[in-house]
Design a binder for this molecule. Structure first.
Ligand code: FMN
Length: 207
């Protein structure tokens, strides 16, 4: 199979958040799609191991923030390369709370969707949540981020638990265990820090 064909699929980038009692988290996804207009339904697909997934399973509600083209890599790192079991995802982030009590981003976000899970489909490694949109709001008229621009302009990578993850087998050098970034060179420079997820050289292994 030509796995590069999957890179021809176009997506946006989003942050899905949820809350259940005192548990809350949020994660970057590229898998939001509108399913129907009447009623307004969307679906999102999340890895079973994500903390956010487990909270959604309990609460039955989620919010989706649509990321703007100029979103910082710090925000992507906070929500896409760290787990809410280890860090507070909302530290230093501007947020507001929707009608379900779920936080959403008021920074770097073009729109937000308040969602209630209607149906959960088990697709193996991931769960697909088909949701009714209870409310939606435009927050900023700026250009939205596409998955292609994330790779091309921001040099972004995708961690293993994203459904679109593809291992780059034809590159040589050093791969970051956390985000998959590849440093192409024989020797990793002294004190090297991953430019995508900011972990130190101990997280790199030779490929
Ligand atoms: C560009 C990008 C796209 C991603 N897409 C998805 C996705 O569609 N589904 C998913 O489950 N995880 C996806 N991830 C991975 C999660 O955002 C990541 O595992 C996150 O740290 C989970 O946090 P949590 O454990 O607090 O939920 C993506 C990450 C990045 C950087």
């Amino acid at each position: 199979m030509d796995t590069k064909a999957f890179f021809k699929l176009s997506y946006g980038l989003y942050i899905v958040t949820s809350k259940n009692n005192d548990e809350e988290s949020g994660c970057v996804i590229n898998t939001m799609t509108q399913v129907t207009a009447e009623p307004a339904q969307v679906c999102v697909t999340l890895n079973k191991e994500n903390y956010t997934t487990q909270i959604i399973q309990k609460s039955g509600v989620l919010n989706v923030s649509v990321l703007l083209d100029d979103v910082s890599m710090d925000t992507i790192r906070q929500f896409g390369f760290q787990c809410g079991r280890d860090v507070n995802k909302f530290e230093g982030i501007k947020w507001d709370v929707d009608q379900n009590g779920v936080k959403y981003l008021t920074q770097e976000s073009a729109a937000m969707f308040v969602c209630k899970v209607n149906k959960t489909v088990d697709v193996g490694t991931h769960l697909m949540f088909i949701c009714e949109v209870l409310d939606a709001k435009t927050l900023d008229e700026g250009e939205v981020l596409t998955y292609a621009a994330y790779h091309d302009k921001k040099n972004g990578t995708t961690p293993k638990n994203a459904p679109s993850y593809v291992e780059e087998k034809d590159k040589t050098g050093w791969r970051c265990d956390v985000c998959g970034f590849i440093y192409e060179g024989d020797v990793l420079p002294e004190g090297y820090i991953c430019p995508v997820c900011k972990v130190d050289a101990s997280h790199f292994h030779k490929i």
